[in-house]
Write a protein that binds this ligand. Structure first.
Ligand code: FAD
Ligand code: NAP
Length: 246
């Protein structure tokens, strides 16, 4: 792959079968939390490359949180890579889904489904969110409780930042103690998520970042629009920033 470099898997953590975190040793350019790298592997006789948000903090070994898509081209191979094996990486991180584009407001909402959690892990591993925002609310929606990756690290963060960091796990396909049941969209529309967070989403006090399933993003953008929150654009600042994964 032209312009790509070889990286080595140095750590592999399995959250549930097919859902992994991979840590890579690779010579890459400096990262801003929220950015992604393109990773590539040779699959059969062709190269396949895909984008992956870094979950690591800048300056730390690169980390990626990847779910296997059973009929996907890259992830059946990518999620099986073992420690010591190689993966190709574009050394240049890309993308603008970062806190640099978020205006100064009291409340930052980080809203994810599935692996859309990754960019927020990177952000939350730096002091910036708590230096800039009074309160950070993380909403993570998954199908099953076992898919609530990074739960322990996030719980610890909540304990170390009482009143400032609220984590709201949401599970759609089973009932899990400590998590809301349903879809993040329905629970927002019904007011449950704001009640749980202890704060309302409002255009004069909130910025909402959305990442993951594109259908969730479309629905959330519509629900937020009805509440007066508009898309954040470089020429016309708003309250909603998003990254669609497909
Ligand atoms: C900016 C950006 C950042 C991304 N970061 C991540 C990341 O951190 N982790 C990650 O796992 N994926 C991430 N993705 C998605 C990733 O690029 C691939 O699309 C995904 O891994 C599937 O690749 P594949 O070749 O196996 O499937 P493909 O053959 O490309 O099949 C794509 C199909 O798989 C499904 N799909 C794609 N991505 C996901 C996903 N993450 N979860 C569930 N279903 C999915 C959709 O139905 C899609 O149509 C990101 C995408 C973008 C654009
Ligand atoms: N997540 C894993 O650990 C894992 C592991 C192995 C393989 N995979 C594969 O990854 C793919 C799916 O991944 P995923 O479960 O991470 O992602 P997903 O299908 O996007 O589901 C994540 C969460 O988003 C919800 N959701 C879906 N559409 C929505 C919408 N329009 N509005 C609001 N919420 C919505 C889902 O609810 P619903 O349940 O109601 O759809 C679920 O709670 C599949 O190919 C799966 O086989 C996942």
């Amino acid at each position: 792959m032209q312009g790509f470099r070889q990286g080595t898997i140095v750590h592999r953590q399995v959250w549930t079968p097919g859902s992994v975190t991979l840590r890579l040793e690779a010579a890459t350019e400096p990262l801003i939390p929220g950015q992604f790298h393109n990773l590539a592997l040779q699959v059969g006789d062709k190269w396949v490359r895909r984008a992956y948000s870094a979950a690591s903090a800048p300056g730390q070994p690169l980390e990626f949180f990847v779910n296997r898509v059973d009929d996907g081209e890259l992830t059946p191979d990518l999620t099986e890579l073992s420690v010591g094996t190689e993966v190709f990486i574009d050394p240049r991180p890309r993308g603008f889904f970062t806190l640099a584009s978020v205006p100064e407001v009291p409340d930052l909402w980080l809203w994810a489904t599935g692996t859309g959690l990754a960019p927020y892990i990177s952000m939350l591993r730096t002091p910036e969110p708590f230096a800039r925002f009074e309160r950070v609310v993380l909403v993570h929606g998954v199908r099953q409780g076992a898919q609530l990756a990074y739960a322990e690290e996030l719980e610890e963060l909540g304990q170390s930042r009482p009143q400032r960091f609220v984590r709201i796990p949401v599970v759609s396909r089973e009932n899990v103690v400590g998590a809301l049941q349903g879809r993040v969209t329905g629970l927002f529309a019904g007011g449950t998520i704001e009640r749980q967070a202890g704060v309302a989403v409002a255009p004069d006090r909130s910025h909402v970042m959305l990442c993951g399933n594109p259908a969730m993003i479309t629905e959330m953008v519509e629900l937020l629009d009805r509440r007066g929150l508009r898309r954040n654009r470089s020429r016309r600042p708003g309250q909603v920033t998003f990254e669609r994964y497909w």
